[in-house]
Design a protein around this ligand. Structure first.
Ligand code: C2E
Ligand code: MG
Ligand code: MG
Ligand code: MG
Length: 281
């Protein structure tokens, strides 16, 4: 009785909250089905060398195709997947599919120099992480893990540092994603000593609005990266001016709509083919 009254009250006082709860539940149910029916796929966004603009790799980005809702963006379902403890499993699927794609491309004579995948801390601490890596067999190209901004310095444990060291020993590069936004601090950089920092899109966009094209804060981040001999990727590069500006302050890798949007494996194959032709022409 009291429980029902409580429920009614939520309905009466906060239709918005109720809608949100129902939406989350619907997505959660659908996600469980989607995993069972193998509806999780991967798109790829090229990364280019800042000096030569040659392809140096691609980032694998999860996509979910729902028959009713169409393509559902990661920001809409990853937070829910995380709550449900399903994110580690999704990351595992993305890694496997990404590696399969690189192999498929290689078999057709299309070489992808490097692949990076986003890895949630949940996934990092799964006991079967190394078994899953081993099950992939010899990797067709170097692999990088992008650790998301949910990486909180206070959450970094000895066990996690041990996992990172073992990953590195296996040749997996460690990158900090969305650097400069969220909770990744300089203390985290000091502790982890990543192989690369990916400068967050919000900083890239802010820089582009300044007269000189580069924010001193971003320049300072790049100086830190260079001093530590860490690679620097600028993400969210949307025009040629940004590409030049970020290259000039020491970013060695660029990624963004200016070069290509994330795309399906087949489109990536065509994109690489067309680009290779253009660059040798
Ligand atoms: P992220 O790792 O920072 O990925 C880059 C996001 O920025 C992608 O959004 C990409 O489409 C978008 N982007 C790239 N270039 C541009 C640009 O020039 N302009 C603009 N406006 N946007 C650009 P997406 O694919 O929606 O992914 C969103 C986030 O979801 C990712 O951010 C990452 O944090 C997370 N994510 C994606 N796939 C996975 C996954 O497999 N596992 C985990 N754990 N997280 C993932
Ligand atoms: Mg990323
Ligand atoms: Mg990022
Ligand atoms: Mg991001």
């Amino acid at each position: 009785e009291a429980k029902n009254a409580g429920r009614d009250r939520i309905i009466a006082f906060s239709p918005e909250l109720r809608r949100r709860v129902e939406h989350t539940k619907r997505i959660a149910d659908k996600l469980v089905h989607a995993l069972r029916e193998d509806r999780i796929s991967v798109h790829f966004q090229p990364q280019v060398d800042a000096c030569t603009q040659r392809l140096i790799g691609a980032e694998a980005l999860v996509r979910w195709h729902d028959p009713e809702e169409g393509l559902i963006a990661p920001d809409q379902f990853l937070p829910i997947a995380r709550e449900m403890g399903l994110l580690a499993r999704i990351d595992g699927i993305v890694l496997r599919k990404a590696v399969e794609t690189v192999r498929m491309l290689a078999a057709r004579g299309i070489a992808l120099p490097r692949i990076s995948v986003n890895v949630d801390v949940q996934r990092l601490m799964q006991p079967d992480l190394f078994e899953d890596l081993a099950a992939l067999g010899p990797l067709p190209c170097p692999l990088a893990f992008e650790l998301l901004e949910t990486l909180d310095f206070d959450e970094i444990t000895e066990a996690m540092l041990d996992v990172l060291a073992r990953l590195r020993a296996r040749g997996v590069a460690i990158e900090i994603d969305d650097f400069g936004r969220g909770r990744t601090s300089l203390a985290t950089v000091q502790l982890i000593r990543p192989d690369r920092l990916k400068i967050d899109r919000s900083l890239t966009a802010h820089s582009a609005r300044l007269p000189g094209g580069v924010d001193p804060v971003v320049e300072a981040i790049c100086n830190i990266g260079r001093a530590l001999d860490i690679g620097l990727t600028a993400e969210g590069i949307e025009n040629a001016d940004q590409a030049v500006a970020f290259s000039s302050i020491g970013c060695d890798c660029l990624q963004g709509y200016h070069f290509a949007r994330p795309m399906a494996a087949e489109d990536l194959a065509s994109w690489i083919g067309a680009r290779a032709e253009r660059m040798t022409a």
